[in-house]
Design a protein around this ligand. Sequence first.
Ligand SMILES: Nc1ncnc2c1ncn2[C@@H]1O[C@H](COP(=O)(O)OP(=O)(O)OP(=O)(O)O)[C@@H](O)[C@H]1O
Length: 873
Amino acid sequence: MTGARGRRLLDRVTAGIPASENPITHVAELPARPPGHAPWPDWAAAPVVGALRANGVERPWTHQAEAAGLAFSGRHVVISTGTASGKSLAYQLPVLTEIAAGGRVTALYLSPTKALGADQLRSVSSLDIEGVRAAAFDGDTPMVERDWVRAHANWVFTNPDMLHRGILSAHGRWSGFFRRLRYVVVDECHSYRGVFGSHVALLLRRLRRVAAHYGASPVFVLASATTAAPAEFATRLTGVDCAAVTEDASPRGARTVALWEPPLLPELSGENGAPVRRSAGAETSRILTELVVEGARSLAFVRSRRGAELTALGARRLLSEVDPALVGTVAAYRSGYLPEERRALEASLLSGRLLGVATTNALELGVDIAGLDAVVLAGYPGTLASFWQQAGRAGRTGDAALVVFVARDDPLDTYLVHHPAALLDRPVETAVLDPSNPYVLAPQLACAVAELPLTEPELATFGGEAAREVLAELTAERLLRRRSSGWYWISRDRPHADVGIRGSGGDQVAVVEADSGRMLGTVDPGSACFAVHPGAVYLHQGSSYVVDELDLEQGLALVHAEDPDWNTSPREVVDISVLNTVERCVHGGVSVCLGEVAVTSQVVGYLRRRPSGEVLDHTPLDLPEQRLHTRAVWYTISTDLLGPEATKPVGTEGSGSGPEIKEPMGTEVENPVGNGNSAAGTEEVRQATESPEATTMGVRGRAPGRGLGVAPPEDTRSEPGECRQARTELAHSRRAPGSAGLVPARVPGALHAAEHAAIGLLPLFATCDRWDIGGVSTAWHGDTGEATVFVHDGHPGGAGFADRGFAAIVPWLAATREAIVSCECPTGCPSCVQSPKCGNGNEPLDKAGAVAVLDSVLGALRQHGDQCGHGGT
Ligand SMILES: Nc1ncnc2c1ncn2[C@@H]1O[C@H](COP(=O)(O)OP(=O)(O)OP(=O)(O)O)[C@@H](O)[C@H]1O
């Protein structure tokens, strides 16, 4: 199999773009792989084999047979192979075999998204094996059906949220099910990372405990996208020792992978006059249009819910000009739609009535959509595992296919399209989770004790001494009572309803049309102030609404239908204070620290912008502050290193007034099960400021030897094309060796720019999303007494992201510097140092200064040995 079709499609989407304006920065050809088969295992039940055969599975692939065999023999196992490599069969075969053989056994299937659960249930039900009573038990299951599921289903399909709130909390009603529980399937387990992953890890421990109470000891079968160290990860997630099957023997069509950087638009200028690139969403609309015209079944993955809506809308508009008959073949898909809308879209996709779908990651996981000719990724999805998972939707039938990665206006994306090896040749990262986070452990232990009294020997399951401390606190709060036999729940209220396991904390905010009372969707409480603040433009199914009122206490946002010719982008200010320095490494004039911080943030207003990018006005908002106790990594730089003329700026913090310069944390990540609407982020703002149909492809001029022209560390000022302003100012400063040579006035802008870019690049090292973290920079911080750049976890207690940043400080800051230098804009733009949500309006920002600061910091880190200390503030 050759990649000829992938190439042809790429030629098609780039047709008409002059070679000198080529947006493609790199093309890779991924070769085809032949299948490796194994015979059906002896133990597999004949009706199951017959049904699978009838469904087109003539023989298992070797990895399927191996994983299924381990599970059937009672070994906990994780199968970690590529997209569409038939991971489902690895657990279907043992589960269905045991049920079909007449054993009175039950199985529980857990998926991170309802869409995936529905798809897997359909797949099992379609096999129609006698004795198998498979049923969903999730938020969409009607009340009248729930009793039946509890009493009769022997394979229950659910998600962690429902397991937490609806099953474990009422385990007595499930006693028959638990007594016979033989298998627990954890699908797409790599998605359980960060705070959510930590919650799920403890949830699975609670599940094992409840099962043991009823005398069951289920076998865990986990399915994962390709990840590093899957056995270790699965073991950490479940708390039981797991074997791993990783050799993928499924056939794979050849794929052409193209990296695409949208051009700068000379005719437009953005915030503070910065150059503007065509948005990844607008570019994706164009590419999707070309693919649909070619008859190629295509998926476009867009980071935000709103971005998915706008991308589909853009493609439909373009198609209406080219071939109106095709308009109806393009749609958007995301969670947050009502269940019946989602089911209808899934069915259209499966039937092929839809050709092009712009989706959030709601369609990333598992949904078995075969025969895709192309996948377009509008922006890096945050992890390599997700990148390959999404890219793997292309070519799954064995045909050659096209994958296009379109960079967003973001430093990480800029870095990746210019460093293809970081995207295409790196091993997939291991998911980070920390079940000992006290903010996760406390609510989880409360639930565990409320489910069943906790005994001393069970402490080890929940982290030993860390659990003992948390239990002591819960006891002091009079929620628990300590007796000689263990800990008992004494409060009359059960804790489950108040425990949000997705890190969002609290209940979803309902978005309701005031006139009709119709519920349009829901918004994550953490992003409500961003997404549905008063005056915000809110999109649903392509229709536009404006928010009239946000009532956080009631969990209600009232909107009315309106399609204004502007969009809104919220702004937030952040304050940070150091509570405890856990680690401190001194490298000459640079200290790198890890510790606990208190972060206070507040959405203070929003910008209204016209589609041209013109800013209409800034409207102040009076929304409550949000407080966060979390972990941060920070570095300080001595005055000497910043520049001989740089002194402590008296009374200057950040930009000089009010709260410090920061990158606020938001939660734009799609909440896969929840119905939250993501916050308006870069993509949404950029898409709103450029109507896709107004753009033309390929207007970029790629100058040879592109880049800011800020020289590499060895020689900061001799490179041709260097930023002139920077050169002039640097030339005037008396610069000590290794110092950034910045005059004091430039320090806040340089730190601010370095902070924005560092936040953009941390996801490359910490398996997090840009929106999972925030930052603050200041020319002088009261707690450190020096110029400081903070990057903090966005979740209470932290999810391990700051810790990863601390551990990877040199490669992280080196990549940050590279990303800034790779961007060809002269003085800073969203692709390098501007932040989409900067509450200080992206001012001041000094791109050349950021490179100078990073050079100094990296120079110090490399030159001086570590001197690390622990504890103390
Ligand atoms: N041994 C096999 N021979 C032929 N086709 C198979 C085989 N095993 C699975 N398939 C088919 O491959 C497709 C993908 O299978 P499945 O959805 O289980 O993969 P997956 O690895 O779980 O996918 P994802 O990466 O989306 O989670 C399905 O249509 C399935 O019927």
